[in-house]
Design a binder for this molecule. Sequence first.
Ligand SMILES: [Zn+2]
Length: 135
Amino acid sequence: MSCMSYGYIIVKDNAKWRREHIVIMEHSIGRKLNKNEIVHHINGNKTDNRIVNLQLMTKGEHITLHNFAREYKHKADDETIQNLYAEEYSGRQIASILKIGKSTVLNCIQRLGVSRNNFGIRNENGKFAERKAVI
Ligand SMILES: [Zn+2]
């Protein structure tokens, strides 16, 4: 069973919703990702989770590769913040990428109830069931 969340395919893995590309990479390398690692989609298609399209890199390398600072200039809207948070960038990193204050990022995440640990699981108000903003 799979669903979509923030443009990514999510799957049930040990009873938890997780992004499929991360599960596939973890199976491939035989360990969990560490906190500083991210799985990049080489051809830019976030739903193409073939292992040949996935590249393991550090979050720092990923920010440089995408040139997020340029890509997201003047786009510090809720959706962009949600997407970056879902990609597991810290509040500090998101603030730096978007050139906005960390409190703006924190407010957005808390207001929307975004959770990294509850992808796709929303309550009746359309918010994520569990609030867990870690900044
Ligand atoms: Zn990427």
